[in-house]
Design a protein around this ligand. Structure first.
Ligand code: AMP
Length: 211
């Protein structure tokens, strides 16, 4: 069972995937996390990807496709994955179609630009656990009170200059995938402005329906 999560940055894909990973036994594969890992390890891929990522641009398709295929061929992916942040372009979706990786469902998380900007500017990541939190007054989930000082970091591309560019990139390069998967009859759209528990229920139901 493999599922694609589609939606703009800040729609909650990573948080929802982390929750469903425990609940449904699907492994979250975030191409953004894999790329950030490559950057921090200073690999060849990381060196090529860094400039694009810092600017909020997409990393070239061939690099991301090879990275994703390599990751998905590993044994821990056999039970099924949630693709969080892949595909992000039509050529990536076509490469997935042409591969031996089957896709059972595509869940699209719909949010307004205002919500994206508010969420991304408050988003923080725990350096020690990789968990995602939000420090805005209305943001969820809140960082735990006992977190070590300095453990929460803000991604460079969550800073205001990069956020606007990422939204433009989403509209131009990723939003066409909505139509692409709708035409294949694979798409379920979920209102990602609802309370998190409702989003989790709706997403679980969408995935179960297609299994
Ligand atoms: P994310 O963590 O999904 O927001 O991704 C962070 C950054 O990694 C993006 O802004 C892109 O620069 C890069 N990235 C992640 N996934 C992809 C992808 N599928 N194709 C191209 N670039 C990607």
């Amino acid at each position: 069972m493999n599922v694609i999560f589609l939606g703009p940055p800040g729609a909650g894909k990573g948080t929802i995937a982390q929750r469903l990973q425990d609940r449904m036994g699907l492994l979250q594969i975030s191409t953004g996390d894999l790329l950030r890992g490559a950057v921090s390890q200073g690999t060849e891929l990381g060196k090529k990807a860094k400039g694009y990522m810092d600017a909020g641009e997409l990393v070239p398709d061939d690099l991301v496709i090879d990275m994703l295929k390599e990751r998905i061929s590993q044994p821990d992916c056999r039970k099924g994955v949630i693709l969080d942040g892949f595909p992000r372009t039509i050529p990536q979706a076509e490469a997935l179609d042409a591969s031996d990786i089957s896709v059972d469902a595509v869940v699209r998380f719909n949010v307004s630009d205002e919500t994206v900007i508010r969420r991304l500017s408050g988003r923080r990541i725990s350096k020690s656990t990789g968990k995602i939190y939000n420090v805005n007054p209305e943001g969820m989930p809140k960082p735990p009170a006992d977190l070590a000082e300095g453990d929460l970091i803000q991604r460079d591309d969550d800073k205001p200059e990069a956020i606007k560019n990422r939204l433009d990139v989403y509209e131009r390069q990723t939003a066409p995938l909505i139509d692409y998967y709708e035409k294949k009859g694979m798409l379920t759209t979920i209102d990602a402005e609802q309370p998190m528990e409702r989003i989790i229920e709706a997403t679980t139901a969408a995935i179960e329906k297609s299994s």
